[in-house]
Design a binder for this molecule. Structure first.
Ligand code: HEM
Length: 185
């Protein structure tokens, strides 16, 4: 929501997708999420810029191995900096920019996006998490018009932690959309 408030054109585009694919006679449901392609692009782009677990979880090598030419002995703690990988300018064009369109039409397929980790210890809750985020964000976009408080840019400064909190909690103004009145009673 913070990124959408700072990028009103993306918010309008998400709302238009919601209106075209679902309309106002019912609220977005879990099985709508897979076909809301722009909403998915927004979620991917948000998890790219602000992965909830920026260093994933610590891993330990179970055998001697080589990673990127470095010898890694068995029993070494390995930390993967997904935050840096997601902002690598060699991979992502204009990496600091919020641009959900970079994920449209499979354009980012094959690029290293790993907010849920990779391999055998990848997050087992990924499907549930993406479905839940899709329904919650989709509902907020479908049912309300959003504005920043006094028009001021939302502060995106990152706080400190194993997960990445916002340093300044989000405050925003929302108004029920007239067309959704029937659903919000
Ligand atoms: C947006 C939401 C979520 C994000 C961004 C997320 C991200 C992650 C990440 C980065 C890891 C570590 C992967 C690695 O180090 O390779 C992880 C592990 C894990 N996640 Fe999630 N997760 C989310 C939601 C969930 C949910 C909803 C569940 C359960 C219902 C869940 C259960 C787990 C478990 C059990 C592990 C440990 C897996 C293992 O070590 O084998 N996560 N998650």
């Amino acid at each position: 929501m913070s990124l959408l408030l700072n990028h009103p054109a993306a918010l309008k585009k998400a709302q238009a997708e919601m209106d075209a694919s679902i309309g106002a006679s019912r609220m977005v449901a879990a099985d709508d999420v897979p076909r809301l392609s722009y909403l998915q692009c927004i979620i991917n782009e948000t998890l790219r810029l602000y992965p909830a677990a920026p260093l994933l979880l610590p891993h330990e090598s179970s055998a001697d191995c080589k990673v990127g030419g470095y010898d890694v002995p068995s029993g070494t703690m390995l930390i993967v900096n997904a935050y840096a990988i997601h902002r690598d300018p060699a991979v992502w064009e204009d990496p600091a920019a919020f641009r959900p369109e970079r994920f449209e039409d499979g354009k980012a397929d094959g690029l290293l996006l790993m907010p849920f980790g990779m391999g055998r210890r990848r997050c087992p809750g990924e499907t549930l998490a993406l479905q839940t985020v899709g329904v919650v964000l989709g509902t907020l976009v479908q049912c309300f018009d959003w504005d920043r408080v006094d028009g001021a840019e939302v502060d995106m400064t990152e706080g400190v932690g194993i997960t990445m909190p916002k340093a300044v909690a989000l405050e925003a103004v929302c108004r029920p959309r007239a067309a959704m009145g029937g659903q919000l009673q």
